[in-house]
Design a protein around this ligand. Structure first.
Ligand code: HEM
Length: 414
């Protein structure tokens, strides 16, 4: 395995001390910061000096940045005061309100949220995930064998993206012979292409789900799309548009973050071959390793809430209607909560990171995510002797998710 950085316990980011003068906090909404810069020193300064920081309206409406672990957790835990119904991501002012507001699972407040969540929750229980394990392992073996056969490949699209898409397609009832087509579409929709091409691919995905939805109306099956089509909330069926928005939510939620966490984790292991070999020698470390990869990658960069009544947070008074932005990677590197937060520690325990959120909207796919990551890393350790970088990795340019767009590697079979 190639070592691109010396294998030390030194921080990969974040300087040892935060500067006293305010860094350019407005850059947090500049996607370029995440592609070519380093947001960690800015977050660190904010945690130390202005943990609930006001950003005045510009391209985005005005909002508060929340950067400390305890404050982020407090917001997550109070779904009544901190609402999701007006969107959970920053949207440029020009884009208006989120069309999914009050309609998709992630963008619904209690009590409706509970009813909507219970329509789909059965597919994500420990039991359901366990029942899928053998199929997941089979799928991963095929993916890894194919990547090894290719010799050189892009770890992000050829490996990391495959398993989560396979799983969510299976849950949603996408027939096996249509999965490859959907995979190609999602690669275009979430890949590095031109925005117009990405948007066309997204439209085509929605078109596909319209068709699948009608098929399931005629012939219900044991899958998520049928559950959404036939399920009732407050005694009423969901509208067709609500079904589609929720399908989109599940597809994006189920694929994008796992891809980013797995490829970010792989990149970290490539920089720390000692950790990878340690994991190979002691598989008992796997659960802790998966949690540390989740904390370290914190791929959901921010989550937004809207204040429903005046409330105090971190010594600031927030008014009704204020937007609050939770910076997940910052909370997960808060030195007030984690020991040596800038060290990637394979054995970290406890590790109560917030990468999967918390409270009412805690990630529905959490169990699925942990299982997918474990199986993928296990299969790579078991059947691949060496993974080497063959070119520079390319980071995603976004303020919503962070991680890698591509990670060129060569994989050699054992
Ligand atoms: C590394 C992988 C993942 C990360 C980092 C992640 C992150 C998150 C976060 C931070 C939230 C909370 C959003 C909020 O509070 O507003 C969330 C919610 C959600 N996630 Fe995940 N997620 C991952 C994987 C998955 C997978 C595999 C699925 C589905 C198969 C999934 C489906 C969902 C859904 C449906 C919600 C909304 C839950 C609700 O509002 O009740 N996620 N996720």
């Amino acid at each position: 395995m190639t070592t691109l950085a010396p294998e030390t316990a030194a921080p990969l980011t974040a300087p040892a001390t935060a500067p006293l003068t305010a860094p350019p906090t407005a850059r947090l909404v500049d996607p370029e910061l995440y592609a070519t810069g380093d947001p960690y020193p800015i977050w660190r300064w904010m945690r130390d000096h202005d943990p609930v920081h006001r950003h005045e309206a510009a391209e985005y409406p005005g909002f508060w940045s929340v950067t400390r672990y305890d404050d982020v957790r407090a917001v997550y835990q109070d779904a009544r005061v901190f609402s999701s119904a007006r969107g959970i991501l920053l949207r440029p002012r020009a884009h208006g309100e989120d069309p999914g507001g009050g309609r998709t699972l992630a963008l619904t407040d209690p009590p409706r949220h509970k009813a909507l969540r219970s329509l789909v929750a059965d597919w994500f229980t420990t039991r359901s995930v366990r029942a899928l394990e053998d199929a997941m392992r089979g799928a991963v073996r095929d993916v890894v064998a194919r990547a090894v056969e290719l010799g050189e490949c892009d770890f992000v699209t050829d490996v990391a993206a495959r398993l989560p898409l396979y799983v969510i397609c299976r849950l949603m009832g996408v027939p096996a012979h249509e999965q490859e087509m959907l995979f190609a579409l999602t690669s275009r929709a979430f890949g590095a292409g031109r925005p117009e091409d990405r948007s066309i691919a997204h439209q085509e995905i929605m078109g596909y789900f319209v068709e699948l939805m009608y098929r399931r109306m005629d012939e219900p099956a044991d899958d998520l799309v049928s559950a959404l089509v036939n399920g009732e909330v407050d005694g009423e069926l969901l509208s067709e548009e609500d079904v589609l928005l929720n399908c989109d939510n599940l597809l994006v939620g189920g694929t994008e973050n796992v891809r980013l966490a797995v490829s970010g984790g792989m990149s970290t292991f490539l920089d720390r071959p000692g950790d990878w070999e340690r994991l190979r020698a002691d598989r008992g470390l796997m659960p802790a390793a998966v949690e540390e990869v989740l904390r370290w990658t914190s791929s959901a960069t921010h989550i937004l809430r809207t204040v429903t009544e005046p409330v105090e947070l971190g010594g600031r008074l927030l008014a009704e209607g204020d937007r609050v932005v939770l910076w997940t990677p910052s909370a997960n590197r808060d030195e007030r909560y984690f020991t040596d937060p800038d060290v990637f520690d394979l054995t970290r325990r406890p590790n109560r990171h917030l990468a999967l959120g918390a409270g009412e909207h805690f990630c529905l796919g959490a169990m699925m995510t942990r299982t997918e990551m474990r199986i993928l890393f296990e299969e790579l350790l078991g059947s691949v002797r060496a993974i080497e970088r063959t070119g520079p990795e390319v980071p995603v340019r976004s303020i919503v998710v962070n991680g890698l767009e591509s990670l060129p590697v060569r994989m050699t079979a054992r």
